[in-house]
Design a protein around this ligand. Structure first.
Ligand code: GSH
Length: 209
């Protein structure tokens, strides 16, 4: 199986961490922003990352890919069967993909990605994102588990992986999380898991850290 997209994307990182937690071997294939690439275009019609190829099957969107992993290799489960737990896992996945990334994304793009691409970042948009992130972190602080524990049902799930992934982007931004100590400790423990650690360390090297 091939997962297309560079791991600086929280969605790609989440997908690869989920594969690692499930013991699914995937080849990670970064794509080049804005460059023509017929192989990638065939898999991702809107050029969004991540995208997956498994033989003659292709699909994009991190959640769709992880649901595919879950159905093809049910154990260890990342999406619980019990109704309330499953609903909460889907909520945290959606919360991370939309509310969290909508806030952190503009900061990351304009302060980190734009300079890498030799583009002028939009600092106003980054500041707006920073403001929008505060209630998101307040919400997480109100429910953050102890480090090494999990958001739903006392067990690692897609919820933890999806919510932890954008914290690597905040790390690359050198974003100060000290106002949210429980969230900081929990997210650091998640990013220290083998499923994330080597990937995030490789990303950090891109920034000379
Ligand atoms: N809901 C999608 C979001 C995918 C997405 O927006 N990826 C961004 C990278 S973080 C992307 O491909 N951006 C390139 C573009 O919009 O052209 C998922 O979960 O995979």
């Amino acid at each position: 199986m091939i997962v297309y997209g560079g791991t600086l994307s929280p969605f790609v990182r989440k997908t690869l961490a989920a594969a690692a937690e499930k013991g699914i071997e995937v080849e990670s294939k970064p794509t080049r922003f804005g460059q023509p690439d017929p192989e990638f275009d065939a898999v991702s019609p809107f050029r969004k990352i991540p995208a997956l190829r498994d033989g003659d099957f292709t699909v994009c969107d991190s959640s769709a890919i992880i649901h595919y992993f879950e159905a093809t290799k049910p154990e260890p489960a990342l999406i619980p069967a019990e109704a309330r737990e499953r609903a909460m896992v889907i909520w945290f996945d959606e919360f991370a993909d939309t509310i969290m990334v909508a806030a952190a994304g503009p900061m990351f793009f304009n302060r980190v990605v734009a300079p890498l691409l030799k583009m002028q970042g939009d600092e106003e948009a980054a500041k707006k994102g920073e403001k929008a992130l505060e209630p998101v972190l307040d919400y997480l602080e109100s429910l953050a588990p102890e480090p090494g524990e999990f958001l739903v049902g006392g067990k690692l799930s897609l919820a933890d992986i999806a919510v932890a992934s954008p914290f690597a982007n905040l790390r690359h931004l050198q974003f100060d999380l000290s106002r949210w100590p429980r969230t900081m400790a929990w997210s650091e423990a998640m990013l220290a898991r083998p499923s994330f650690a080597a990937m995030v360390a490789r990303e950090s090297k891109m920034f000379g850290r």
